[in-house]
Design a protein around this ligand. Sequence first.
Ligand SMILES: [Zn+2]
Length: 269
Amino acid sequence: MNCALIVKPGQAPRVVSARDAVQRSEPNRFICTICGHDAFLRAGTVKEPHFAHCVGAPSNCALAANRTPAMKVAVTGDTWRFIETCSDEAPLPYIFFYVEVDGALVPLESGHPIEPRARYIYVARREHQPPFSANDLVQLDGCHLGYFAWRLDLGTRVPATFERWLAALGHPVTYFSKPSETQRLLYLVASACNRHPKLGTNGTSALSKSAWTLRVRSGASLGAELKHALQELSTNIYQNFTSLRNQPLRMPSVHARPDGHDLTLTFKP
Ligand SMILES: [Zn+2]
C-alpha cells in the first residue's frame, strides 16, 4: 500500500504517503487506512517505499495483498534461505533483523513496533563479531551463505545495549502500546472527517480523552447538515471495520451540543 494513517499521541491522525514517511527519521505508528490494523514502512534498497500490514491483519482487507511475508521456518535450516530471498528488502546491506512471532519470521523494519507476542530477534551479518554484548545473546550455527547470526531472547524487553546499537545504525526499535479496537476505529473516522469536504473545512476533529467520543467543531449554523454528514461517514467506516474484523455491529450515534458548536460521536461499548 502506498499510504497509511500516521498516528501520534494528542494529534488527529492523517494520511501519509510511504515516500513522505521515509523522509521522516522519527519512529511512528502507522495503521492501515481501511482495516485499522498496524502497518509498517518498508524502505529497502531495491523496491519503492511502501507500507505493509503487520502480522495478524484481517485477511479480507482490500490492502492485504501487500502483507508482510511471514514464513514458518526452522531456525537453523530454512532461516538462512529465507534471509537470502529477502535480502533485496533488507534495511542495510548484509545486516538482517528478523522477529519471531508465533513461529513465523518477519523482517524487523525501522520504526516497526515490536509485536507483544514476539519471542526472539535474529540478527545476521557478515562479521563474526557479535553486534553487541548481552548475556542472553546466543550465537547460532554458521551458515553456508557466509553469515553469522545471533538470537536474542526478548523476554519482556530488548536490552538497552541492543537498542543503542540499532539506533547507532539508524535503525531504531520502537515500542508502542497497542491501541484498542475502538481507538483504531476512531483514528479512521477522525482522519476521514478531516478529509471530508464539509466536516474537514469546519474545524479539525480531535480525539477526546475518552476513547469513546470524537468531537467535531461544527459552527452554529451548519449543525444539522454536519450532523447528518458525520453520522453517514462514521456509519460507513464502522460497518466496513466491523465486517472485516467479524465483530458485532454497534451503531454510532451523533449528538450536537445545545450551543451547536460541537458534534460528539459515540460508539457505545
Ligand atoms: Zn488493512
